[in-house]
Design a protein around this ligand. Sequence first.
Ligand SMILES: Nc1ncnc2c1ncn2[C@@H]1O[C@H](COP(=O)(O)OP(=O)(O)OP(=O)(O)O)[C@@H](O)[C@H]1O
Ligand SMILES: [Mg+2]
Length: 173
Amino acid sequence: MISIVHAAHDSEAQLDLPAEADTLALGAALAGVVRAGLHVWLQGDLGSGKTTLTRGLLRALGHEGKVKSPTYTLIEPYALSRLDLYHFDFYRFNAPEEYLDAGLDEYFAGDGVCIVEWPDKALPYLPAPDLELRLDRAGEGRRASITAHSEPGRTCVIELTSLLRQGRTTPPA
Ligand SMILES: Nc1ncnc2c1ncn2[C@@H]1O[C@H](COP(=O)(O)OP(=O)(O)OP(=O)(O)O)[C@@H](O)[C@H]1O
Ligand SMILES: [Mg+2]
């Protein structure tokens, strides 16, 4: 079960995710608060759970097929009923200029939700995120640290902590 370690103010929260199911549940909770044009950076080591979290998010947004890691394709696009979502992974960039060469800028200028693994590999070209979510190993499980960097990001953090305090991963109908 997800537990809130601390939520100091509107822009930060730390959560304990003891098992994979909790990472999926956090992704599902995010589905209740993301909005068009939101940019989310997923930070953390190899195997920390970034793709797992995205899988939970996509399932909760109604995606029924596979969720593939974009490690080789750079981008996996999803046309969902409520919004478009683009899942990126820049791990394999040898130089940040590859972000520009791949013409990915236009995705970040649009209305789609952008979820980015390994964003640092595309700096300084990648635009700043609304939300940053870091996953760290903690014993057998993970610790999630969420930071908002914009007003829409802060709204997400407030809504997300409120959902989690109620023990829910989806907003009320
Ligand atoms: N909260 C958790 N507790 C324990 N294991 C977890 C937790 N969340 C995810 N895992 C496991 O950790 C692994 C995470 O793999 P995943 O592909 O999601 O990592 P990633 O951060 O996307 O890695 P990469 O940087 O290589 O893309 C999976 O084996 C998953 O089962
Ligand atoms: Mg991954």
